[in-house]
Design a protein around this ligand. Structure first.
Ligand code: GLU
Length: 304
């Protein structure tokens, strides 16, 4: 893809997980991150987040790239595939181990369920710290966890305002390397955002609750903290997030112009009536000239 001149050092990214085709919710995240980058003369990178291989569908990464292309997105640099980044994740984990920040954990899911007392932000249970001071005799490592501090970790999101968590209470020491041998999303995303020198993360508000863990990992790895802008997620009339689980329909390149218009409207942009019959190229021209991130609804979810 074309290399472009950077005006303000802005580098954004879109990081879909290839667990299914792009749906309207993922189109909104792609459009929001793309226009935020391009309207500031910035770069926009695409990363296929296939670190959790068992959840990914074979060939889906390429299908996603083809739909982005059909919708008229252009990206800078090579696409980064998390499935090829194992060495970088292993090196980051090693660094955290050497510094005593990561520790081995022998707990099974059931043991955690039996001993945890606090609910975690993701609906699970906050890890009670059983293995924090070393494995009990006779037990062996299943996973590796990161120590979290007993303090609030926060940043100011450009759209959602202050976002933070008391990690020790809301999450507990969290997993970096899973019992099944796979690196956790939190580690992969943080290592990759640092590697790709991402300055601005624009993504769906479903990732708000993961952000403090990523802020803490950035701190532990000596990585800079990017600016964050969490877009409202698309909800159905019942208030449920649109996802593969709620059977969101795949976006259709044959309907690219009207679907792009719908994504722009969802993001609060005042799309003129006369664009209703415009070509895809005309819609992009309007969007690039008129993008106004201040109009994005300051909500975690918006129903359509
Ligand atoms: N791969 C994540 C998802 O599709 C997005 C991660 C991110 O943008 O940080 O939900």
């Amino acid at each position: 893809m074309r290399e472009r001149m950077l005006v303000a050092g802005y580098r954004g990214r879109f990081a879909p997980s290839p667990t299914g085709p792009l749906h309207f919710g993922s189109l909104v995240a792609a459009v929001g991150s793309y226009l935020d980058a391009r309207s500031q003369g910035g770069e926009w990178l695409v990363r296929i987040e296939d670190v959790d291989a068992p959840r990914c569908q074979p060939g889906m990464g390429d299908t996603i790239l083809r739909s982005l292309d059909a919708f008229g997105f252009t990206w800078d640099r090579e696409v980064l595939w998390q499935s090829r980044r194992g060495e970088a994740y292993a090196a980051a984990l090693e660094q955290l181990k050497q510094r005593g920040l990561a520790y081995a954990c022998a707990c099974s899911r059931k043991e955690i369920a039996d001993s945890a007392t606090r609910p975690a932000v993701d609906g699970g249970l906050a890890y009670p710290g059983t293995c924090r001071h070393g494995l009990a005799p006779g037990r062996s490592a299943r996973a590796w966890r990161l120590r979290v501090p007993d303090e609030r970790i926060a940043t100011v999101d450009r759209i959602q305002g202050e976002l933070g968590q008391h990690l020790a209470e809301d999450v507990g020491d969290f997993v970096l390397l899973r019992a099944d041998g796979l690196f956790a999303y939190q580690l992969a995303v943080t290592v990759d955002d640092q590697f790709q020198q991402i300055s601005d993360i624009v993504r769906g508000a479903d990732l708000l609750d993961s952000t403090p863990r990523q802020l803490w990992l950035q701190h532990c790895l000596g990585a800079p903290t990017p600016a964050y802008a969490h877009l409202p997620v698309v909800a159905n009339a019942a208030g449920e997030k649109l996802s593969k689980q709620t059977r969101a329909a795949a976006i259709d390149p044959a309907q690219a112009a009207p679907q792009l218009l719908a994504a722009l409207r969802f993001l609060g942009q005042p799309v003129p009536e006369e664009l209703a019959r415009a070509s895809l190229a005309e819609v992009w021209t309007w969007a690039l000239a008129h993008w106004d991130s201040a109009r994005i609804p300051r909500q975690r979810a918006v129903a359509i």
